[in-house]
Design a protein around this ligand. Structure first.
Ligand code: MD3
Ligand code: FE
Length: 202
């Protein structure tokens, strides 16, 4: 069931069963323990993100004093990113409706204080491919606008097990996370919210 569909932005509320959510958390946690969460900083200013992140797949996204980019190694360990597990490829196949499989999975972890400012995702060469987002753990207040920074936005709650497909025009829309509702889910042992975004990069 798709609850919302505008400009290629599709939400599948509670697409993932609790059992699948637990499986994803177990598999991703094991991978992230080898490829640990790091705190990116803004280019130029060096201001830290409130979100911590890691990546899976051939290419991962990093931000540091030199800029934003995709690269094939973890910025702290220098190792290649772990492979994207099959359970995530399966979700992509179910909802993305795209010929290619994702090359990258960005793992964002939000504690109770973390948020993400309004931005667009434009660092991928393949700007036609959709992005698939998987929400796990605490509920987030997600904001999405349009192709211009100014202009109306709407706010949508993203709860554990919800899957969002950003396709068509919505792929280029401004979006961010206003806040996370601490304690709204018991999925993650230490609380907080895990967001996984699957992407084609090249
Ligand atoms: C709308 N992540 O990783 S996921 C990001 O919850 C990011 O961690 C947020 O924004 C998070 O870049 C939001 C939903 C999402 C992901 C990508 C989009 C919405 C999007 C790209 C274009 C438009
Ligand atoms: Fe984004």
């Amino acid at each position: 069931m798709t609850e919302i569909d505008f400009n290629g932005f599709r939400v599948f509320p509670a697409l993932l069963s609790r059992q699948i959510q637990r499986q994803i958390v177990d598999e991703v946690s094991a991978l992230v323990s080898q490829s640990p969460l790091f705190r990116p900083v803004m280019p130029k200013t060096g201001a830290p993100f409130s979100v911590r992140m890691s990546c899976l797949g051939k290419l991962g996204w990093v931000s540091d004093k030199n800029g934003y980019r995709y690269q094939d190694t973890h910025p702290v360990t220098g190792d290649n990113w772990p492979a994207i597990p099959a359970c995530l490829h399966n979700i992509w196949s179910e909802v993305a409706n795209y010929v290619k499989q994702p090359q990258s999975c960005i793992v964002n972890y939000y504690d109770g204080e973390a948020k993400m400012g309004l931005h667009r995702d434009q660092d991928e060469e393949d700007l036609d491919a959709p992005i698939v987002s998987i929400s796990l753990g605490d509920t987030a207040i997600f904001r999405i606008g349009g192709a211009e920074r100014k202009g109306p936005t709407r706010s949508i709650k993203l709860s554990s097990g919800d899957v969002v497909v950003l396709g068509g025009p919505s792929r280029h829309f401004y979006h961010g996370i206003d806040r996370v509702l601490s304690g709204s889910s018991r999925l993650l042992k230490n609380g907080g919210r895990l967001n996984l975004t699957l992407r084609c990069v090249t």
